[in-house]
Unconditional design. Sequence first.
Length: 166
Amino acid sequence: MLIETVATLRTVVGYLGEQDQFGWWQSTFSGPGSVNFLTPVFTRTHMLAQCTGTAIAAARMHDERIGVGNVYHLFRLPEALEIGIRRVLLDEATIKQLGYLVADRTAALHFLNSMAKGKRVAGVGPTHIAGVRDLRSPSQWTAVAGLYAHGFQTSTETLPYFADRS
């Protein structure tokens, strides 16, 4: 369940952060022409290809602002979580649901707000969420959704991350 939630969150935030939406990263893998471009090459896995391309663009931006090392964020997670996300993005039922969520900005923002459970969390730039051990805590991902929702709705670039503080 957690992997599906994180995969959906990554897809929705990835879509909203793209150039055609809020422009936090310079990619257009979720744009209207991308399906026509990707489908001939990735016939059954075009959603995975879209999400992977978007995640790479988003990860670069997050890494530049947050840093790398023992730091994780929605677009760069430990290998076990990344493998789980990849598996989820190959499931046909998940692909249908994600297609609806990234069809337009309103549906994507509605998902973020519902996942945030009405909690408005404000943050600007890199925002520490919790320690690395909390990557598997659903409540921490609710906070991540709230931060991104607030960031997109206020046009404030917010980059939640997990790291152990010394």
